[in-house]
Design a protein around this ligand. Structure first.
Ligand SMILES: *[C@@H]1O[C@H](CO)[C@@H](O)[C@H](O)[C@H]1NC(C)=O
Ligand SMILES: *[C@@H]1O[C@H](CO)[C@@H](O)[C@H](O)[C@H]1NC(C)=O
Ligand SMILES: [Cu+2]
Length: 416
């Protein structure tokens, strides 16, 4: 109230620094003090909290330089961890996603007869652009933009007032099926799948162990929200899609294996090491993808793989259609958060750092998505774009690196 009034009476340039600093402190304190006491801060939370003064300084510097695109410490918004949201806010998020699943699709009908809802539009994009979304230079920024566009859709089309929550895997790793994310009650993101003896897990060629063993699910989810979603495309053992390219209408249950063996590859110890032991973006990129696999680690998957297979099977376990399980957005929120915490340790050098494997190396999602030159388009980051087609106008890739003023100011958020 006080800062709004001040802004009204004085030219912006005279808005006192004291008032701005106060607005920032109030926002940060409110988020930190309303965290869920069931989850004391882990090593990454502590590191992220300790980084907040750097974040404030960075915002001030950008404002002074005129490079902040109106993103300030006052108006920056906070993306929060799922269990830190009060239960009514979790239910409100679920309501918005459910609403999104009922709004009519805007993707080209002839190309995606199976896309029925706005929610499906995002799946349709991800499944047909998996190669571009996951190449070395696009993986982080393209998913940043994809999540932001999804968050905007929930807000603008379904009246959601909050922001995209993320998942702190560490909170749920020991006992995911009894967690606030997956316990299957009305404020969870839906429960586990039924036990399916055919489902053995996710092979991990070249790793030791070389499989993420089944966590005991694999079948249809039977409890909580999202038990009747209908993603497109098929995995083995699932009714074939009426169209060979997987774009046909193929309604079926959401299948899951809520998997502790996957989650244990994404504990706070893994995330802390990821952030603190890589000064170079190539190292960060490789470690989050688990390439090469960590030695002497019983869960050597890499955080990106772990996060996907925490909610494996159909479609969560398929690299192309994974956004058909709404938990996808919590996982990529978590990846975006880790990238951001890493960037903010040294923002001048790290925000625009781009992985460079021109001398040979790995691409996102490992061996499953080998790209042709055409699919890759340009690998020159200064020329590359993120073109989400029917989801959003295309933007230069390098404008999707900065959470605080990137995308011409559209991105203006922090994670707490
Ligand atoms: C910042 O906000 C002002 C007032 O809303 C607007 O006129 C201006 O164009 C914005 N600047 C940028 C760079 O977005
Ligand atoms: C759902 O689970 C959460 C997390 O354990 C719990 O706090 C909440 O009370 C549960 N809600 C209901 C309706 O049982
Ligand atoms: Cu993806």
């Amino acid at each position: 109230m006080r800062s709004t009034l001040t802004a009204f009476l004085l030219p912006a340039s005279l808005l006192s620094e004291g008032v701005k600093a106060e607005a920032w402190q109030t926002k940060i304190q409110a988020a930190i003090s309303s965290r869920n006491p069931a989850y004391p801060p882990d090593s990454v939370d502590k590191l992220a909290d300790a980084t907040l003064p750097k974040v404030e300084a960075w915002l001030k510097k950008k404002e002074a330089d005129g490079t902040n695109f109106n993103c300030t410490a006052e108006n920056v918004v906070v993306r929060r961890e799922w269990s830190d949201l009060p239960i009514p806010e979790r239910e409100e998020y679920i309501r918005a996603v459910t609403c999104h699943m009922t709004l009519p699709s805007r993707a080209p009908k002839s190309r995606f007869p199976g896309a029925i809802s706005r929610f499906d539009d995002f799946v349709a994009y991800h499944m047909t652009h998996a190669a571009e979304l996951h190449d070395t230079i696009h993986l982080f920024p393209a998913h940043k933009q994809f999540l932001w566009v999804y968050e905007q859709a929930l807000r603008n089309e379904c009246g959601y007032k909050g922001y995209q929550p993320y998942m702190n895997y560490d909170r749920y790793a020991e006992d995911p099926i009894h967690s606030p994310m997956f316990n299957g009650n009305s404020s969870s993101m839906g429960g586990n799948g039924e036990f399916d003896p055919q489902y053995t897990g996710v092979p991990q060629a070249g790793r030791n162990p070389n499989i993420i063993e089944s966590g005991g699910g694999g079948g249809c989810i039977t409890s909580g929200p999202f038990s009747d979603t209908s993603p497109v495309r098929h995995l083995p053992g699932i009714p074939p899609n009426p169209k060979p390219d997987g774009t046909g209408y193929n309604p079926r249950c959401l299948r899951r294996d809520i998997n502790r063996n996957a989650a244990l590859g994404a504990t706070a110890a893994h995330a802390f090491s990821l952030i603190t032991s890589n000064d170079n973006i190539n190292g960060f990129y490789n470690q989050i993808l688990g390439t090469p696999p960590a030695k002497n680690d019983p869960y050597p998957w890499g955080i990106h793989t772990s996060g996907h297979y925490i909610h494996a099977v159909d479609p969560g376990g398929d690299p192309a259609t994974s956004p058909g399980d709404p938990v996808f957005y919590f996982h990529h929120g978590a990846v975006d958060r880790l990238w951001w915490v890493w960037q903010m340790q040294d923002p001048d050098r790290r925000i625009n750092a781009v992985p460079d494997f021109s001398g040979g190396g790995h691409t996102g999602h490992g061996r499953r998505l080998l790209l042709t030159k055409r699919q890759r388009g340009t690998m020159d980051p200064t020329k590359a774009v993120i073109d989400l087609e029917w989801l959003a106008p295309s933007i230069p890739l390098m404008e999707a690196h900065e959470s605080l003023g990137g995308n011409k100011g559209a991105f203006c958020y922090i994670y707490i």
